[in-house]
Unconditional design. Structure first.
Length: 291
């Protein structure tokens, strides 16, 4: 009834990996879409998008949404140093191999887009095209600092309704386009019930590397990796009110190659909901054009 099957895999180092597999009865030979979530997020972030694509009456498409290690139903890591983009890229490739997928479309939100930059360098042949959701080869220190501050807060809302209200109180100013149902969906994606408590569904140790960043120094960039990724068809989505991903970086990416399409999500910050009415038609059209 949920529209997906939970699939479990073993990473190279034995950590349990989980993915949701939204497989329509027929996909008509269309390429599957593999969804890679943000730093502390999980496969549930993509549930509304996956349902819309898998149940599309004209062009149903298989969608696979991953839980990285330390998030959702995937196993926690003994060594928090392994919560890094390179390891998570290997994990994504492990899942693709286990599913028998040699080529796919991708949607990478925030950290998921960084993983795609790495993937373009180590296994470019598997990427048929990609959506980069509010991310590029250069990110802004102020936005990353905000994420660090937010994730460092501890909260245990009394209910999912309270969680939705809390999210709106924190992020509402940067997401005026969202309706009450969107905040509830976001709460259901971010939080889970564990041992009778509602908690954020990730290993809190994955923020250790954020806390170690010296925000007074320039952040590293991935422009060489983007040069490789931009050889593929790309749709780059930027939240109109994003502080992590600047207009200047978006413009530089768009000017780089004819393969790069761009879209600004009005009334959304970091990171836009890809299933939102202002964004989804462009997402669907982009995917449809790639098979």
């Amino acid at each position: 009834m949920d529209g997906f099957e939970s699939r479990f895999f073993s990473a190279e180092d034995g950590v349990l990996l989980h993915a949701r597999d939204y497989a329509p009865a027929t996909a008509g030979g269309r390429l599957p879409l593999v969804c890679l979530p943000g730093l502390s997020r999980n496969a549930r972030d993509f549930h509304p998008l996956a349902l819309r694509l898998a149940r599309d009456p004209a062009e149903p498409r298989r969608v696979i949404a991953l839980d990285y290690r330390g998030r959702g139903l995937s196993g926690r890591e003994a060594d928090p140093a392994s919560y890094n983009v390179a390891v998570e890229c290997r994990d994504a490739l492990t899942v693709l191999s286990a599913l028998g997928l040699t080529r796919a479309l991708f949607a990478g939100t925030s950290r998921g887009g960084l993983i795609l930059h790495v993937m373009a360098a180590v296994e470019p042949g598997c990427i048929a095209g990609a959506i980069l959701n509010d991310i590029g080869p250069q990110i802004e220190a102020d936005g990353l600092r905000e994420i660090n501050d937010y994730l460092s807060r501890t909260s245990a809302p009394a209910s999912f309704e309270a969680a939705a209200e809390g999210l709106k109180a924190i992020h509402g100013a940067t997401f005026p386009a969202l309706a009450p149902a969107d905040w509830h969906d976001m709460a259901e994606a971010i939080y889970a019930e564990r041992d009778g408590r509602i908690v954020a569904d990730f290993d809190p140790r994955l923020t250790d590397q954020l806390k170690a960043i010296d925000f007074s120094k320039p952040l590293p960039t991935l422009w060489p990796q983007f040069e490789l990724l931009a050889k593929k068809p790309l749709l780059v989505v930027r939240g109109e009110r994003s502080r992590l991903f600047s207009r200047q970086t978006l413009a530089r990416m768009a000017a780089h190659a004819a393969t790069v399409q761009t879209l600004t999500a009005p009334g959304q910050g970091h990171a836009p909901l890809l299933h939102h009415a202002d964004v989804f038609p462009s997402v669907r059209a982009f995917l449809s054009g790639l098979g």
